[in-house]
Ligand binder design. Sequence first.
Ligand SMILES: *Cc1c(COP(=O)(O)O)cnc(C)c1O
Length: 448
Amino acid sequence: MHQTGAGVELRHKILQYAQERIDLDPAPLDGPKSPADLFALAGKTITEAGLGGEKSLEIFAEVLAPSTISTDHPNYLSFIPAAPTELATLFDLVVSASSIYGGSWMEGAGAVYAENQVLSLLADECGLGENAGGLFVQGGTLGNLSALVTAREKAINELGEHKWAIICSSESHSSIKSVAKVMGVKTFAGDAGSSGSLSKAAAAKAIQEAQDSGYTPFAIVGTAGTTNFGILDDLNGIAELAKEHSLWFHVDGAYGLAGILVPELKHLYKGVEHADSFIVDPHKWLYAPFDACALVYAEPKYAKAAHTQHGEYLEILNDSGDFNPSDYAVNLTRRVRGLPLWFSMASHGVGAYRTAIASNVDLAHKIAKDVQDRSYLRLVRNPQLSVVVFERLGWDTKDYEDWSAKLLAEQFAFVVPSSHQGKTNTRFAIVNPTTKYEDLLTILDSME
Ligand SMILES: *Cc1c(COP(=O)(O)O)cnc(C)c1O
């Protein structure tokens, strides 16, 4: 099967498909279909004898791929899109072709060395000390989980068992609650209020509330760019509070921490240098393909103590004293998912990243002005990074849904409704350097 599976012609077709997909400018937006529709078109694809590569590729190219939305389309503006550089995407193919085990230094040394250089750059930009280090994990949810498990392990070692609590914000990402559920701990959220930014005072109130309810906080999560609005918490105030209460300070920057690469934005992140851990997702705003989260600890030894797996088959790795990425998160087998970002960053230079991120922020601020200038729209909050949230005055949820469905049906844009405090709105999340101002204006026009 291994040697004869792909004949020369089929191999060429598969690589050609990948090449042509990369070259599409832009890729079609496409859209989902129902399971029944997909069955009607694709049928049963897993069979005893196999369909053959040609047929399988045809089904993918003609039925399955068009039933997925291209998140790299310039007018995919929902959730947080992805806009990988061509070099990052191409290098993802190389990672796939190379069969590298990224869990241990023994097996993955060269690739882990390269990944670590990217992590060092991120740690330096954030002002973490020279011990800082970490790894790339699958996504922000897993990064947050790994960091917070580390924090709790440290707290247990210092204080013994307690009813543990994580302090977060009313605007924290949904993954913090999900992580707390997995860990069997409780969250207490400080009220981010009308600004959407968690203040030191609001976080202090949440700590008090946790203690009054018989819980012991062990970590506080500051968000460096909320998912819905791209707003930063008062990281400096939260860092002070963490110090006063001996709490682990974790910065969730899955989307927004990339902005720290822009010199003009750096001041927004003051306080991140005190973080015990942070995450940032390259698949969000560092122009890398799915899926990768950079997880960095100020003192990785705490993560190693919490996460190293033991087994007779593993002790040869544990005894080596090497830096084994698997030891620092909830994972063992690991794709070297930081390599596409490494290759692109090594090739283009960090300067190109700073410029691209700055241009996304500039575009967001520019279109926010146009939103303000239109009488039928209301800007919900001034953008800080590259997310613009606005309402169409007089519309109910159904109006937003119909409008959104029409934009997708016309294959012009993918902009879904969101909401804030029970009120429906919509938002542009701009992380794609090929998104055009004129197209954003056309979308605003379509709401008149
Ligand atoms: C997207 C996001 C996450 C979760 O990251 P995944 O990679 O989707 O798991 C966590 N925190 C914030 C602030 C996010 O925007």
